[in-house]
Design a protein around this ligand. Structure first.
Ligand SMILES: [Zn+2]
Length: 350
């Protein structure tokens, strides 16, 4: 079947999520987004599982179809897709009410921003305020563009002021820099905190993943938080008990990465605010490893061996010295009994 252009297709808005745009298009023809996709001949997964906020990443052929019928460039449509695709969603995502207020003031359609479906989005790049939590279960109830407008108006009425996270009124500059590097990683991403020796986006993701892992470390087989996790909790008391899960992020570059993240937006905001402080102040804000129980010290050391040495040095100088000594011993004695004797003699902490 040869598809002709749709007689009316509204233009996408700036940074609009593809599903939000399709929702607006579908509303003109009084059909649902899944029906619109079927009509356009796009092979989506079973309709019952499809929601505009969580569409799969379309293949090139489907993008070309959309570009043709909507009369809009393929490259622009490709960019409207979330990097998150159909991955597992957290229980809460974030929105910016200042963005919606601006939509109304500027007399443009209310729409859903692409980065609002990203669990790593913590603040609004435009207004630089904290995002406001929205339960994904509520988001799934939005089935038509009318529902979306009702939802936006309800949220605006309910929260007359811009909500903030914790005590501080706005995210710190360090947090904004870290968030930008995590949300838009490319080969050319300028990695913040230059002195730490994090040379690429994959390396930044790696250390973030390890630090989150340490922060979530539970004493094996129990519900008791490990020492590192207790320290994080002590530093950021605002966060409720953390409910966590593993999330997968897909980029063209770097390759997919798994991060363990809290389900609740405020917990993610608190944790990343803490990590940003850690990155900017280095060892002044990090824990003293000599106070760690042996199992956690071992875990920390095994992670740190994979980090750039300058990063370990900035965060945990004492551990960096031990790792250096360990590398020298290994070079000298390989894994011989002598290596272990020397380690014992030097009193290795892990
Ligand atoms: Zn905003």
């Amino acid at each position: 079947m040869r598809l002709s252009e749709l007689p009316i297709a509204p233009a996408p808005q700036r940074a609009e999520l593809i599903g939000s745009w399709l929702l607006r298009v579908a509303s003109i023809y009084a059909i649902s987004v899944p029906r619109l996709l079927v009509h356009l001949g796009i092979e989506a997964p079973p309709i019952s599982t499809l929601h505009w906020s969580r569409l799969p990443r379309f293949v090139a052929r489907d993008i070309a179809k959309l570009a043709h019928v909507m009369n809009w460039p393929s490259s622009a449509i490709r960019r409207m897709q979330s990097r998150v695709g159909r991955m597992r969603q957290p229980e809460e995502l974030g929105i910016c009410l200042a963005c919606w207020r601006e939509d109304i003031t500027n007399d443009r359609p209310i729409y859903w921003r692409r980065y609002w479906v990203d669990p790593l989005a913590l603040s609004c790049p435009q207004h630089r305020g904290w995002l406001l939590p929205v339960r994904v279960a509520n988001l799934r109830r939005i089935r038509t563009y009318g529902d979306l407008i009702d939802f936006a108006q309800h949220m605006i009425c309910e929260h007359s002021g811009m909500l903030t996270f914790g005590q501080s009124s706005s995210p710190s500059r360090d947090l904004l820099v870290l968030e930008r590097a995590l949300c838009k990683p490319t080969h050319n991403t300028q990695i913040p905190f230059g002195d730490l020796g994090l040379s690429s986006a994959p390396m930044l993701f790696r250390v973030i993943s390890d630090l989150l892992h340490l922060a979530f470390l539970y004493v094996e087989g129990t519900d008791t938080l490990g020492w590192v996790a207790q320290q994080v909790h002590a530093k950021i008391p605002e966060i409720p008990p953390i409910k966590r899960s593993v999330f997968e992020f897909r980029h063209r570059n770097p390759p997919p990465i798994l991060l363990t993240l809290p389900h609740h937006l405020r917990s993610r905001q608190a944790l990343f605010a803490y990590l940003a402080t850690l990155f900017s102040f280095g060892s002044e804000s990090f824990i003293d490893p000599s106070r760690l129980p042996l199992t956690e010290y071992r875990r920390l050391a095994s992670f740190a061996r994979q980090w750039p040495m300058s990063f370990t040095e900035a965060l945990i100088p004492e551990l960096a010295e031990w790792i250096r000594a360990d590398i020298l011993l290994l070079e000298k004695f390989k894994c011989s009994p002598r290596y272990f004797e020397e380690r014992h003699r030097l009193g290795f902490p892990y």
